[in-house]
Design a binder for this molecule. Structure first.
Ligand code: NAP
Length: 283
């Protein structure tokens, strides 16, 4: 059994959030190196690490990693070795398969509940900040809708309610609707969306599928603002919104933008949690 703090970490790329995560790990007594970008240096650094941490934005084709400090990094799967732990936000499927075939343990942490639930808080605060900036009314007394009732949606809906907005939650599953209603939110089945949406001042979308189509956009009041939180390309027909004169914005990556320090702490917690769940590691 290995103490997780005895592992050697390599933080590969990322932005302020990942830098904050690295410094939190270091404060916990973990040895963390960061990658510069030079290919020889990358090979040497990857070789000597026990744990590779990739950014929330994920790893693209061929191991391409976004990096704030320099150009994109390249971490080809064939640098990874047996027994290594590889924790990345998400990974290109071919790269992921190669990493696993090399005998490494791969975790795509963005889909973990601990990550998604904890990140729902900075996401909600960022979305509320955007709503305040994009409207000329207070959220207190406003009518708002949250599309979806998942991990991002519910904390947002409850914070909006805490600001004294009238909050509709639109979801497809009756269980999700019942939960929303139990929290004191106004639950509406998605297939009856126009009933809730025509009164709204702000609509927040969290559903990662085309949901705000031309028909629903037509049902919105002319002053309604759409803030789409779903990962690119979002769930809004932005062309239809523009044609109908509705303000619609896609708002990706809010935790890293509005609260990089908190988001970095969350990432460090998730990394620690993910490793301690694996057999053979202890606090
Ligand atoms: P989640 O917990 O899986 O929730 C997704 C919600 O969307 C659920 O209510 C789900 O309903 C619903 N949904 C999915 N597909 C649907 C469809 N085809 N029709 C109707 N409803 C559908 O996901 P999450 O963690 O909340 O993440 C939601 C999105 O937000 C993702 O795209 C994520 O990447 C993004 N996100 C963005 C930010 C940001 O900063 N903008 C931050 C965090 C997350 P069911 O339960 O019925 O499936």
């Amino acid at each position: 059994v290995t103490r997780w703090t005895d592992l050697r970490f390599l933080m590969c790329g990322g932005e302020k959030r990942e830098a904050e995560a690295a410094s939190r790990l270091a404060r916990w007594g973990v040895r963390v190196d960061t990658l510069g970008g030079d290919a020889t240096e990358t090979a040497r650094a990857v070789e000597s690490a026990d744990v590779l941490v990739g950014p929330v934005s994920g790893v693209g084709r061929g191991g391409t990693i976004r990096c704030r400090a320099s150009n994109n990094l390249q971490v080809p799967a064939d640098l990874v070795h047996r027994g290594q732990l590889v924790l990345v936000g998400a990974a290109d499927p071919a790269w992921a398969q190669n990493v696993r075939e090399r005998g490494a343990t791969l975790v795509e942490y963005r889909e973990r509940d601990d990550f998604a639930l904890a990140n729902a808080v900075p996401t909600a605060e960022g979305a509320i900040q955007m709503a305040m900036e994009l409207t000329d009314i207070t959220l207190h007394g406003a009518t708002v809708a949250v599309l979806g009732a998942g991990r991002t949606a519910m904390p947002l809906a409850l914070k909006l309610k805490g600001l004294s907005a009238r909050v509709f939650v639109l979801a497809r599953r009756s269980e999700a609707l019942a939960a929303a209603a139990a929290y004191g939110l106004e639950a509406i089945p998605l297939d009856r969306a126009p009933e809730g949406l025509d009164r709204c001042d702000v609509v927040f979308n969290t559903i990662p599928a085309m949901i705000l189509d031309a028909l629903l956009i037509e049902a919105l009041s002319p002053h309604c603002v759409i803030i789409d939180l779903a990962s690119a390309p979002g769930g809004t027909d932005f062309a239809a919104a523009a044609a109908a004169g509705r303000r619609a914005v896609l708002a990706p990556g809010l935790p890293g933008k509005v609260a990089p320090r908190t988001a970095g702490w969350i990432l460090a917690d998730v990394i620690r949690g993910a490793i301690l769940e694996m057999p053979g590691y202890q606090p």
